[in-house]
Design a protein around this ligand. Structure first.
Ligand code: DO4
Ligand code: MG
Length: 278
């Protein structure tokens, strides 16, 4: 089942049929420990609509309202390697090796809804940055009790030049206007996603593909529950939260995003998150 946040309501999709909840509040729908059953109940009481595709094309928003978006770091081997290399000159290489092995994961606040765009929206690169990449990340949708009730796709836009200059600059490398994309929907399932679920990243420039890469979620060093447990240790989330689970796809050092590039991140069965760089 898929849940799309639209400008004027919420669209539910089940077995190719679509249902519209007009003026429904995103926060109360999504922050539900029994989301799968609730959506199933709702779809069986509603009449399906015919113009769902058009509504998604014209009204789609990122699947977040009052939730906080957090992110996990150095959860895949490739991320550890890339970061060790970029911060070697600043003396930061060892920190990444340690956090990859440590009991406590790296978790950082990424953004509120006002800094996030949905599929079809424009992500930004900082004007004071010279090396910028998208980070394609499976993103957990978590209720206020700490239960994972859905999945979406995230792009943790990152300035590698700023983070590489000094790891203490991480908040500036990671958080700025247009620093994240989420979507296209929240995928709700009774069972967790299978370990062979694959995250695909493709970057297009002037109609050419300049980079493709992928990783299976089985390659992650930690469990999703472990990440959520640490996040919820000393933070309450009255509206629930979203947690990016880290990148396992790191483009070569020669790749830096430019204005006009198109970023495609696909994770089936969630869908494809598509964004252009402003
Ligand atoms: O350590 C810095 C950030 C790491 C990150 O965003 C990732 O591994 O995805
Ligand atoms: Mg990341």
């Amino acid at each position: 089942m898929k849940i799309y946040k639209l400008k004027t309501g919420i669209l539910l999709e089940q077995d190719t049929k679509q249902y519209y909840l007009e003026h429904e509040n995103w926060d109360s729908v999504i922050n539900d420990d029994h989301l799968f059953n609730s959506v199933q109940r709702l779809t069986s009481s509603l009449t399906s609509i015919e113009n769902g595709k058009r509504l998604i094309e014209t009204e789609l928003e990122p699947p977040i309202l009052s939730q906080e978006l957090w992110a996990s770091g150095v959860t895949y081997y490739n991320s550890k390697l890339g970061r060790q290399e970029e911060s070697k000159a600043a003396g930061g290489g060892d920190f990444y090796a340690h956090v990859y092995e440590a009991e406590r994961p790296e978790l950082f606040f990424k953004a509120n809804a006002n800094r996030i765009v949905g599929s079809g929206g424009k992500v930004r690169i900082r004007q004071d940055s010279s090396w910028d990449v998208p980070e394609p990340e499976l993103t957990l949708v978590i209720t206020s009790t700490g239960k994972i009730v859905g999945y979406t796709i995230g792009n943790d836009m990152s300035s590698r030049s700023i983070e590489g200059e000094n790891p203490l600059y991480l908040p500036q490398a990671k958080t700025y206007d247009g620093c994240a994309a989420l979507g296209p929907c929240v995928y709700v399932t009774k069972e967790p996603l299978p370990p062979d679920t694959t995250i695909y990243l493709e970057i297009h420039r002037d109609d050419n593909s300049i980079f493709t890469g992928n990783v299976q979620i089985s390659q992650i060093k930690r469990t999703f529950d472990e990440l959520v447990t640490f996040l919820y240790r000393e933070c309450t989330f009255p509206f629930g939260s979203l947690l990016m689970t880290g990148t396992g796809v790191v483009p070569p050092n020669t790749i830096t995003l430019k204005s006009g590039d198109e970023i495609h991140i696909t994770v089936q069965p969630i869908g494809t998150l598509i964004n252009t760089v402003e």
